[in-house]
Structures are given as structure tokens and as C-alpha cells.
Ligand binder design. Structure first.
Ligand SMILES: Cc1cc2nc3c(=O)[nH]c(=O)nc-3n(C[C@H](O)[C@H](O)[C@H](O)COP(=O)(O)O)c2cc1C
Length: 350
């Protein structure tokens, strides 16, 4: 059914217009308590065997929505009601900014991929904080992903991240320092250990200072050289971070300027996960994202050492019930393998 709607209607519409309409619909859903709860009961993961604990936070299942969809923390409850175990909102910057000129979002349907050069369009940390303070009607784990405001020079990057962290860390179940999006000039240079160490140390001080101590993760690019992946992993362990999210979009493609996501990213994302697991074992929580399309992909990432898995492009092509379907299939697979918890497979092939 969704395939028909996608091929006949959605793919003919402007990709960003569809995106904004979907966010608005999910934000509206969040304001309809009865429908929201009914959907949540029907679609969210409720199987105790799918529960995952990571950095002191309890997730009802392993599969969450990656950053970039709910940039302004406008509709996390609606997303949870559709079956995602967690929602990473953002990227949020300290100051509101419009992002890059349109068009900036392109579907590559035959490749099951997307290219985007959104450029962190968002209403800023204070606006996101106001939304995150609203009480919730359904349980949802919310990660908050922060990035650098475009006009802020590299020398002041740490202060800019710290400003966002002060505003948002107290409201987040976990906080992510994003240094890997390709659409803010110079951002990915912050992955160099010499720049990353002071940046992460400063944000960690803020995250550690919240009443519940907010877990802190860093999100990395798939285009890092293997030695640089290792260097970031070592740094994350040294600084006592809680985890690494791998990976963001890739700039290694021949299409429109921007970051490529979806199926073509799958192999490299898995490779980076395997490398990280070999390097850090279970000292850090690994969150795997990039090209996850179906239950087999989620299973493979868990086996390779991910504790949590995220997707975005797979949802665009898989339809609104994508996460709910995968969680149901995971439940069946857990039973078939006679496991009492899905966590038993984490890192088994690592
Ligand atoms: C339209 C779009 C916008 C994105 N925006 C962000 C963002 O703001 N911050 C971020 O960390 N990642 C962002 N991403 C990257 C995703 O979170 C994810 O890392 C990447 O798309 C790979 O996963 P996928 O293949 O499942 O889409 C974006 C991806 C897409 C497709």
C-alpha cells in the first residue's frame, strides 16, 4: 500500500514539502491524546525481550529514529507512537538559522537513497528547550543532537556547543555532539583529535553537571580514515564518553552536493561499526546508523556490537509503520532463537 502511495504520489512531490507536512501531522498527533495513546499501544515495542538498557537509560526496543527528521523537537511523541524506541532530535544549534537555500533534499529512488544539504535549519536551542519542557502523554526516549551555528568561527566552536548543551542537556535522555554533518563548512574538521578533545571536554563538563548526569555521545562521519576512527574511539574512552554514533551521511558520491544516506551507505557504516567494536569492545555504547533497511540489517548491527540502531532513509522508503514492523519481526526472531533478551546477541559476531 505505502509503495503504491510512494510511487504514485509522494515521489512526485517536493521532498522537503513532504517532510514538513509529515512533521506537522505528527506534531498534531502529539496533541491528540487518545489517538496518540491508541497508536502507541498498537505500534510501539512492548515486548520485554526487546528492551535494551544503555548508559542508564531504558529503551523499549533497539531501533530509533536518527537525527535530522525532528530538527526542532516538534513531534517526538508522534514518532514514538509510530513504533520507534527513541527519537534523536536535532541537529539543534545555539542560534536559530535558516539552513542552505532550497532545493536541498533529493530522493534517489532507484538507489533507495537520499542526498541532503539542509545545513542545520532549526529554530535554535532556546526554542527547542521550550518544546522539550512540555509534559509528555506517551513515554519516549529523546536524544538531543547539537551542532555548531554556521556563522560561529571554528575558534569559538566549543563555546557555541557549550551554550546549546547548557540549554538542552538537562532536558535530554542523552546528548550527542555532532561533528560529522557535511553541510556546515569546517564542521567535520572538528573530528581531528586536537580540536575534538577540548570541545568534548567542555560539553562533558556541562552534561556531567545536570541533576541526572546526561549521557554524552559523539557522532562521526563514515568518511573518516580508519586511523581517525580509531583515534576518536580512543579519545571517547579517555574522556569517559558514553558512546559513539556511527555514522552520519557520506560525501563520497558523484551526485548533487550534500550528504548521501540510505542503501549505498550500508557497507561503510557496518565497517565503521566493526572497527569501533574491535577497538573499544563494550567500554562504549555503539549506536549504528546508515543504510539500515530491514530486520536483517538491525540484527546484523546488533551482532556486530551495536547496542542501539537508528534509521532515517529506510523509513522514507519503508513507510510510516517501518519501525513498528521491524520491532515485531525482531520479537519473532528472538523467540525463534530461544533468547530471553535481544541483548544476548549484542557483539556475538564481533
Ligand atoms: C534529510 C536528512 C537530514 C539529516 N540531518 C541530520 C542532522 O541534522 N544531524 C545529524 O546528526 N544527522 C543528520 N542526518 C543523518 C542521519 O541522522 C543518519 O546519520 C544518516 O542519514 C544515515 O542513516 P540512514 O541511511 O538510515 O538515513 C540527516 C539525514 C537526512 C537524510
Amino acid at each position: 500500500m505505502y509503495r503504491l502511495v510512494f510511487t504514485q504520489v509522494l515521489r512526485r512531490l517536493d521532498a522537503e514539502a513532504v517532510h514538513h507536512r509529515t512533521v506537522r501531522a505528527l506534531a498534531l498527533l502529539a496533541r491528540l491524546p487518545l489517538l496518540k495513546r491508541l497508536l502507541h499501544r498498537a505500534l510501539a515495542p512492548h515486548d520485554p525481550a526487546l528492551r535494551v538498557s544503555a548508559f542508564g537509560v531504558h529503551f523499549p526496543g533497539p531501533l530509533g529514529l536518527a537525527a535530522g527528521f525532528d530538527k526542532d523537537a516538534a513531534c517526538a511523541e508522534g514518532i514514538a507512537a509510530l513504533g520507534f524506541s527513541h527519537v534523536e532530535v536535532g541537529t539543534i544549534t545555539a542560534h536559530a538559522q535558516p539552513g542552505n537555500p532550497r532545493p536541498r533534499l533529493f530522493r534517489l529512488v532507484p538507489q533507495r537513497a537520499v542526498i541532503n544539504r539542509m545545513g542545520f535549519n532549526n529554530a535554535g536551542a532556546a526554542a527547542a528547550a521550550r518544546r522539550l519542557r512540555r509534559t509528555r502523554g506517551v513515554p519516549v526516549v529523546v536524544g538531543v543532537n547539537i551542532g555548531k551555528t554556521k556563522v560561529v568561527p571554528e575558534a569559538e566552536a566549543a563555546d557555541d556547543y557549550v551554550a546549546s548543551a547548557k540549554e538542552l542537556a538537562p532536558l535530554a535522555d542523552y546528548l550527542v555532539v555532532n561533528v560529522s554533518s557535511p553541510n556546515t563548512p569546517g564542521l567535520r574538521d572538528l573530528q581531528a583529535v586536537t580540536l575534538l578533545r577540548p570541545l568534548l571536554s567542555a560539553v562533558k563538563e556541562v552534561a556531567d553537571g545536570t541533576p541526572r548526569r546526561t549521557p554524552l555521545l559523539v557522532k562521526i562521519a563514515p568518511d573518516l580514515a580508519d586511523e581517525d576512527v580509531d583515534a576518536v574511539a580512543d579519545l571517547a574512552v579517555e574522556l569517559g564518553l558514553d558512546g559513539i554514533i556511527a555514522t552520519n551521511t557520506t560525501i563520497r558520491h558523484g551526485g548533487e552536493t550534500g550528504g548521501l544516506s540510505g542503501r549505498p551507505l550500508k557497507a561503510r557504516s557496518l565497517e565503521v561499526l566493526r572497527r569501533l567494536r574491535a577497538k573499544v569492545g563494550d567500554r562504549l555504547v555503539l549506536v549504528s546508523v546508515g543504510g539500515v533497511e530491514d530486520v536483517d540489517d538491525v540484527w546484523e548491527r546488533l551482532l556486530a556490537g551495536a547496542t542501539l540502531v537508528q534509521g532515517y532513509t529506510g523509513w522514507i522508503y519503508g513507510g510510516p509503520l517501518w519501525a513498528s514492523r521491524i520491532h515485531r519481526q525482531l520479537s519473532r526472531r528472538v523467540r525463534r532463537h530461544r533468547l530471553s533478551s535481544i541483548t544476548e546477541i549484542i557483539g556475538r559476531t564481533a
